[in-house]
Design a protein around this ligand. Structure first.
Ligand code: AKG
Ligand code: FE2
Length: 403
């Protein structure tokens, strides 16, 4: 969902005289304003794309989506500081127990290589642009949200045409969490399996209709991305890439939010989308804070990134990409998720606790203990309008709505 409908964006100043400033301060590129061929879309598809763009970024004119010149730049070739690399493990060498002990419990990100091939995902054959286009041409997938949070969808075949020709700085991005219950797209669900490393899914106790959205099918055109955020309700995530490359930066939970969000480092005339974050904001953050703790790395096809709950992260699609991601609560991240859920999803938390009492009494006891320690009172049936409103707000379908 880009330009990151799940994230708010600064109003963009469209003055072309400001454009040079964005590149001169930090990221020095040779080709930022090299000219690129203009997209040749039929007038029908162009009108569909423009209509969605207008709704998705009502702060921007449609003709300014290319103002920063990213398509004619080397933004996808920026070097990565290898001293900040993440650890990599081949799935054939990593047991589930070792993953839990060395990565999940201590909450350390890792890339697990080879899951789709080794766990027999049919996505390995089926998730190519050619086959997806053939099989899902008429399916409507989510590419953004309007200002009222209403989902904006595009027919997949139109999106593919857009993706192949677009020269946008921060293109529209398919980030769809309802593919699993729509009959046109439900086959996607059978093309992958939850990797063996993530057997727990404690939110499943409350049922599909009650639980927050938790799985997303992603098709990201080159230069689309996700700006820095925390995943919802303290959950951890896995993200498996089938096609293309994604560039990541992740920060441990103790790094200050204002620092990570680069507050005050977005200059007038710049945008604050993922491209800006990697190209300009991150270098500025490092100039100010050379000892900033983070990892930066490239995810390749077949790689599964594990993002522990509470880790900030931003992602940039270096190529046109196809990926799937799920968020989950397990024994290892239960404390964090419980503390966020009891206040973020008050009514669901009551039901969840009841189910935990039956299925996982030790976790239920831990939840009650955490409530006592924090002097937290659970929601009761006779609720105030205020708690109801809060609860409704936090139910928003968007993955990153709450950062
Ligand atoms: O792949 C992406 O663009 C972002 C993935 C992510 O951060 C998420 O799904 O929460
Ligand atoms: Fe995320």
């Amino acid at each position: 969902m880009s330009p990151n409908s799940h994230l708010s964006s600064n109003e963009m100043n469209n003055s072309s005289s400001m454009k040079g400033k964005a590149s001169s301060s930090c990221w020095r590129t040779t080709y930022r304003h090299r000219s690129v061929p203009q997209p040749q879309l039929s007038s029908k598809i162009q009108a569909i794309v423009d209509d969605i763009k207008r709704k998705h970024r009502s702060d921007m004119r449609v003709d300014t989506w290319t103002n920063q010149g990213f398509a004619g730049s080397d933004i996808c070739d920026m070097p990565i500081d290898t001293s900040k690399d993440i650890r990599r493990e081949a799935c054939t060498e990593l047991s589930v127990q070792r993953f839990i002990d060395e990565y999940e419990k201590p909450a350390i990100p890792v890339i697990i290589e080879g899951v789709p091939e080794n766990e027999g995902w049919t996505a390995c054959e089926n998730w190519t642009f050619k086959k997806l286009k053939k099989n899902y041409k008429a399916a409507y997938l989510k590419v953004g949200e309007d200002d009222d949070g209403k989902t904006l969808r595009m027919k997949f075949k139109h999106f593919c045409k857009y993706m192949k020709t677009q020269i946008d700085d921060s293109p529209l991005y398919i980030f769809d969490s309802t593919f699993d219950d729509k009959k046109e797209t439900t086959q996607l669900l059978h093309d992958y399996k939850v990797p063996k490393y993530f057997p727990d899914d404690l939110f499943s106790l409350v049922g599909e209709d009650c639980r927050p959205p938790y799985r997303w099918f992603l098709v990201g055109p080159k230069r689309s991305g996700t700006c820095v955020h925390l995943d919802p309700l303290g959950t951890s995530a896995w993200n498996t890439l089938l096609v293309g490359r994604k560039r990541w930066v992740v920060f441990p939970p103790h790094v200050d939010k204002r620092l990570v969000k680069a507050k005050g480092l977005v200059y007038p005339g710049e945008d604050d989308e993922a491209g800006n974050y990697f190209a300009d904001l991150l270098p500025r953050m490092l100039a100010q804070q050379p000892d900033l703790e983070y990892m930066e790395f490239m995810q390749y096809p077949g790689d599964t990134v594990f993002v522990p709950g509470g880790w900030w992260h931003a992602v940039y699609n270096i190529d046109d990409t196809i990926a799937v991601t799920q968020n989950y609560c397990s024994h290892a991240n239960f404390e964090r998720v419980w503390r966020k859920t009891r206040s973020g999803r008050k009514r669901m938390a009551v039901k969840w606790l009841e189910k935990l009492q039956i299925e996982y009494p030790k976790l239920a006891a831990l939840a009650v203990h955490l409530n006592e320690m924090d002097d937290y009172k659970m929601y009761e049936k006779k609720r105030t309008n205020e708690s109801e409103a809060e609860d409704e707000h936090s139910k928003k379908k968007s993955k990153h709505a709450m950062n």
